[in-house]
Write a protein that binds this ligand. Structure first.
Ligand code: HEC
Ligand code: HEC
Length: 290
């Protein structure tokens, strides 16, 4: 490697004298000035930053910087702000009637979000993550309600439950027509056939006709003349295609024989009133609310 700074004949630029592989020569092209000044400026900036902000790790801790900035404090402040805002909203929810919450977009948004969170923890195990329900557990998204889909009806169901051990539980129950031998197997089968006919699914017209008489005598008190149900009694509509326990003939026979008697726990013993209100708002807002 020599020090003769010859001029490269192709570009006319001076070389640094560094040569590789015999004829590969390095041209002497210094960095542009603007680039150098920018580079120096970043060094000055970095030093200023080290002085102002926490920067260098030390054996015990780190340089704190002169501005006293701390991300931890920043986060603490944000968390505190968030908590204050939440407390504010919670007290609004506490004071407001359910119907008024539904009319206040900001409080409604808060209530729906916290209701969704409480639902995921407490209700999803039975009703499903999206409240879509499952066999024996009602879907809460549709507008088919056992006990009513108004805000107050929903809040009442959540607070006291259904056939729970709460003193104010919703309690009406379907008789166990088979287990208690109110009807025999053939009568139950005929009634099931009639229930199938309500949804246009009967394949045995004679049995359905016999079942109609049994239905009129034993079932209309709760399910209504036409089988459309009664929310006062939690008696499902038997004419829609929505079944809590299944709509096949075996399912219907089972429902009639056992009365089912699904249990929804009461929640006022486990959740505070504000959380229950947010749950009612959330469930009501799922799409089927009335
Ligand atoms: C242990 C299972 C279980 C859990 C947990 C549960 N539910 Fe239920 N829920 C039921 C059952 C079963 C029914 C149907 C009761 C019946 O047969 O009338 C029901 C009914 C309901 C209804 C009435 C639906 C209608 O059509 O009228 C609402 C509303 C409801 N649940 C909301 C909730 C909310 C909100 C939570 C969480 C706080 C919750 N449930 C937790 C089992 C559960
Ligand atoms: C005392 C009121 C009452 C009487 C009488 C009654 N039911 Fe019910 N029925 C209910 C209730 C309440 C339920 C809901 C049970 C539950 O949620 O676990 C129900 C549920 C059912 C179901 C299940 C519906 C579904 O969605 O899966 C069928 C089917 C049914 N009843 C048919 C009958 C027939 C048929 C009779 C007459 C032989 C009858 N019921 C008499 C109250 C009654």
């Amino acid at each position: 490697m020599g020090h003769n700074k010859e001029i490269d004949h192709v570009t006319g630029v001076e070389t640094t004298g560094h040569v590789w592989d015999g004829d590969l020569k390095e041209l002497n092209k210094p960095l542009p000035r603007w680039w150098l000044y920018t580079f120096y400026a970043t060094i000055v900036w970095a030093i200023g930053y080290w002085i102002a902000y926490p920067a260098w790790p030390l054996v015990n801790g780190y340089t704190k910087g002169m501005l006293g900035y701390s991300q931890r404090q920043e986060v603490m402040r944000e968390v505190a702000d968030g908590k204050a805002a939440q407390a504010q909203f919670r007290s609004e929810v506490e004071k407001m009637a359910l119907a008024d919450i539904a009319k206040n977009p900001e409080v409604l948004r808060f209530a729906t979000a916290s209701g969704a969170a409480a639902f995921a923890t407490n209700c999803a195990p039975c009703h499903g993550r999206g409240a879509q329900g499952a066999k024996s557990y009602p879907n809460l998204n549709d507008d088919d309600w056992l006990w009513g889909g108004s805000l107050d009806a929903i809040a009442q169901t959540i607070t006291h439950g259904v056939r729970s051990d709460d003193a104010e539980t919703r309690s009406s129950a379907m008789p166990r027509f088979g287990l208690d031998q109110v009807l025999d197997q053939k009568q139950i089968s005929d009634t099931a056939e009639f229930v199938l006919s309500l949804a246009g699914k009967s394949t045995d017209q004679e049995a359905a006709t016999r079942g109609a008489a049994i239905f009129a005598e034993n079932c209309v008190v709760c399910h209504g003349e036409k089988g459309a149900g009664n929310q006062e009694l939690g008696a499902p509509n038997l004419t829609d295609a929505i079944w809590l326990y299944g709509g096949a003939k075996e399912d219907l026979i089972q429902s009639i024989a056992t009365g089912r008697g699904g249990i929804m726990p009461q929640w006022h013993t486990r959740l505070d009133p504000v959380t229950i209100k947010t749950l009612a708002v959330y469930v009501h807002g799922l799409g089927g609310g009335k």
